[in-house]
Design a protein around this ligand. Structure first.
Ligand SMILES: [Zn+2]
Length: 120
């Protein structure tokens, strides 16, 4: 004999989806109502994030490929920084890297220039 989880009354009809007395969902109906409805679009966001992590890593590692790697690296970052189709998080990250690398380059050349000037 089945018993209603809400009001505790015995359910005489074993196939009933709802309690005759209080209307609480039973059996299959209760199971269905307990499942959260997940919109299909929610699963897309984490997937995109995972892919961009590897894309970023790939773009950063490109720098270590001799000659062409550096230009490919800067090219990809420049593309991400300006392309309208690129997601905002990637765009701002690419800009941050470009600014950081630009500043590092300027700093390095300044130090090298100062050292060369000191030697002569
Ligand atoms: Zn009930």
């Amino acid at each position: 004999m089945m018993r209603c989880t809400m009001c505790g009354r015995e359910i005489t009809n074993q196939d009933a989806n709802y309690c005759d007395y209080c209307g609480t969902a039973l059996g299959d109906a209760a199971y269905r109502e307990a499942q959260p409805v997940q919109p299909a679009t929610v699963t897309d966001a984490p997937k995109e994030d995972r892919v961009s992590t590897w894309l970023f890593l790939g773009a950063m590692l490109l720098m270590f490929v001799p000659v062409v790697g550096f230009f490919a690296h800067v090219g990809i970052l420049l593309y991400w920084a300006v392309a309208t189709s690129v997601v905002d998080s990637r765009k701002s990250f690419a800009r941050a890297i470009l600014i950081y690398e630009g500043a590092t380059l300027v700093f390095t050349f300044t130090i090298m220039g100062a050292m060369l000037a000191a030697m002569t």
